[in-house]
Design a protein around this ligand. Structure first.
Ligand code: HEM
Length: 424
C-alpha cells in the first residue's frame, strides 16, 4: 500500500485554509474527494487517524464536516440519536450549500423515515421491519436464483462480461422490485427509473416523479387486491401509515437496499477473482463464499461512509469540539479498520459480524435487511461460480478503477472471461 506520509500526494489531502469566521476548525482539513482519495480511501483513513478518531474534512465543493473514524466514537454517536439527529434540517451550513451540490441526494430532506426521530421513527421503521421479516424466504431465494440465472443466460454465450454492469448491479434492484408484487411491465419501468434516480443529476428528479407515480398506482392496486408482498403487508400494518409515508418508505427500502447490495456482490467477486486464497477454481480449493462476503464487509465496506448526523447542541466527540448543527460523517469503513478494535475483528473470518458496515443504532440497517442482502449476495456469487467455473479477470487487477463515489466503494467495471456456455 502507498505510504502517503512520504508521498507528494499526501499534500493534496490538505485543503487551503478555509474561509469564513466559523470555519477556523477546518483549516488543514482533509479533502474527501479527488482521484487520490477515491482510489485508496483506506490509505487516506490511515493518514487521517494520526490526527485523532474524529477529524475535520472537506467534502466536494469544500463543504466542511467531521469524519468519525474511531470505532468506539462512531458507536457513541450512532447510539445517541437524540443528541446526534439524522434530520439534515439541523445542519448549520444550509446557507452555503447550492441546490445543485453533487452530494445533495444524501442530505436533501425527504419525508421518509430516514429523517424521523424517536417514537415517530420507531413506528415507521418497525412497520418496514415487520413487512420485510414476513417475506417468504423460500420465494426470496427462488427469485434470486431466477434473476441471477436470467442475467447469466444473457451473456454466457459470449465468453466475456462486465460483472458490475451486467450482473451485480441489476440483481438487487430486480429482486427487491419483485418483493413489491408489481406487474412485470411496471417492474421493468420501475427498475429503470430507480436506477436513474440513483445516478443523480437533473434526470434523477424527473425519474423520481415517475417512480412516485408507479408507487401510487401500486398502492391503489394492492388496496383493491392485497397479495403476499411488501406493500400489502405495510397497508395492513397496525402502524397505520399514510399513503405518503408508505410511498416514501417503500422507495427508501428499494434505494437503500439496492446499491450497497450490488456493491457487496461485485466487491466479493473482485476479491475472489484477485486473491489466491479464494482461487475460483475447484482445484484451487476455493474458500467459502460466506467467508469472502464477510471479509468484504470488514475490509472493503460497500458503504464507506454515511452522511450524516447533526448534534442539536455543542458537544465533544473524540476530543473535538463539535458545534450544534455541524455535519458528522459516519466513517463506517474507517471504523472497521480501526487498529484499536480487537485484532480478531480484522480476520474477516466467518462468524464475526461486529463491523459497522450495516450502521448501528436506531437508524442502522433495519432488521432483517442485512439478512436479505446476504441471501441475495450469497446466491448471486454462488450461482455465478456454478455457471462459470473457469471465470477469470480479463484485465490486470491493478487496472481496475474505483468509482468516484464518496459513499459507495464500488468498481467502475469488472471485466471477466470464461469458456462460452449455453443458456440454462
Ligand atoms: C450490503 C447491503 C447493505 C448495506 C451495506 C447496508 C448498509 C446500511 C447502512 C450503513 C445504513 C445506515 C445509514 C446511516 O446510518 O445513516 C442502512 C440503513 C438502511 N438500510 Fe441498509 N444496507 C444494505 C442492504 C439493505 C437492504 C437489502 C435493505 C432493504 C431491503 C436496506 C434498507 C435500509 C433502510 C430502509 C435503511 C434506513 C434505516 C433508517 O434510517 O431507519 N438495506 N443500511
Amino acid at each position: 500500500m502507498t505510504d502517503f506520509r512520504q508521498s507528494s500526494d499526501a499534500a493534496s489531502w490538505f485543503a487551503a485554509p478555509a474561509e469564513g469566521p466559523d470555519r477556523s476548525a477546518f483549516n488543514g482539513a482533509f479533502r474527501m474527494y479527488g482521484r487520490t482519495y477515491h482510489q485508496d480511501p483506506a490509505a487516506a483513513f490511515t493518514e487521517m487517524r494520526r490526527h485523532g478518531p474524529v477529524v475535520p474534512v472537506l467534502l466536494e465543493g469544500d463543504v466542511p464536516g467531521w469524519l468519525v473514524l474511531g470505532y468506539r466514537e462512531l458507536r457513541y454517536v450512532l447510539s445517541n440519536p437524540t443528541l446526534f439527529v439524522r434530520d439534515s434540517r439541523y445542519w448549520n451550513q444550509w446557507d452555503n450549500i447550492p441546490p445543485d451540490w453533487p452530494l445533495m441526494a444524501y442530505v436533501g430532506y425527504q419525508p421518509s423515515m430516514l429523517f424521523e426521530m424517536g417514537a415517530a421513527h420507531e413506528r415507521r421503521a418497525g412497520a418496514v421491519s415487520d413487512a420485510l421479516a414476513a417475506a417468504d424466504q423460500f420465494e426470496l431465494r427462488a427469485n434470486c436464483e431466477r434473476v441471477a440465472e436470467g442475467l447469466i443466460n444473457s451473456f454466457i454465450g459470449s465468453g466475456r462480461a462486465d460483472l458490475t454492469a451486467q450482473y451485480a448491479n441489476p440483481i438487487p434492484l430486480l429482486v427487491l422490485a419483485s418483493m413489491l408484487g408489481l406487474p412485470d411491465s411496471d417492474t421493468r419501468a420501475l427498475v429503470g427509473e430507480v436506477a436513474t434516480t440513483l445516478n443523480g443529476g437533473p434526470a434523477a428528479m424527473q425519474a423520481y416523479n415517475r417512480v412516485q407515480a408507479i408507487m401510487t398506482g401500486l398502492l391503489e392496486l394492492k388496496r383493491r387486491n392485497p397479495g403476499p408482498d411488501l406493500p400489502s403487508r405495510l397497508l395492513a400494518h397496525p402502524a397505520g401509515l399514510s399513503d405518503e409515508e408508505l410511498i416514501q418508505d417503500l422507495l427508501l427500502t428499494m434505494t437503500a437496499g439496492s446499491d450497497p447490495t450490488a456493491t457487496w456482490i461485485s466487491n466479493t467477486l473482485q476479491l475472489m477473482l484477485t486473491d489466491d486464497r479464494f482461487a475460483m477454481t475447484l482445484s484451487g480449493g476455493r474458500r467459502s463464499v460466506g467467508q469472502a462476503l464477510n471479509e468484504v464487509l470488514w475490509k472493503e465496506a460497500p458503504g464507506q461512509i454515511a452522511i450524516g448526523r447533526w448534534p442539536i447542541m455543542d458537544t465533544q466527540v473524540g476530543g473535538r469540539l463539535i458545534k450544534a448543527g455541524d455535519l458528522l460523517i459516519s466513517g463506517l469503513a474507517a471504523a472497521n479498520l480501526d487498529p484499536k478494535v480487537h485484532p480478531d475483528f480484522h480476520q474477516g473470518s466467518a462468524g464475526n459480524h461486529a463491523h459497522m458496515s450495516f450502521g448501528y443504532g436506531a437508524h442502522g440497517c433495519p432488521h432483517p435487511a442485512p439478512e436479505i442482502a446476504e441471501i441475495i449476495a450469497h446466491i448471486a456469487v454462488e450461482t455465478l461460480l456454478d455457471r462459470l467455473p473457469d471465470v477469470i479477470l480479463a484485465v490486470p487487477p491493478e487496472s481496475l478503477e474505483w468509482r468516484s463515489s464518496i459513499q459507495m466503494r464500488s468498481l467502475e467495471s469488472l471485466p471477466v472471461e470464461f469458456t462460452p456456455g449455453y443458456q440454462s
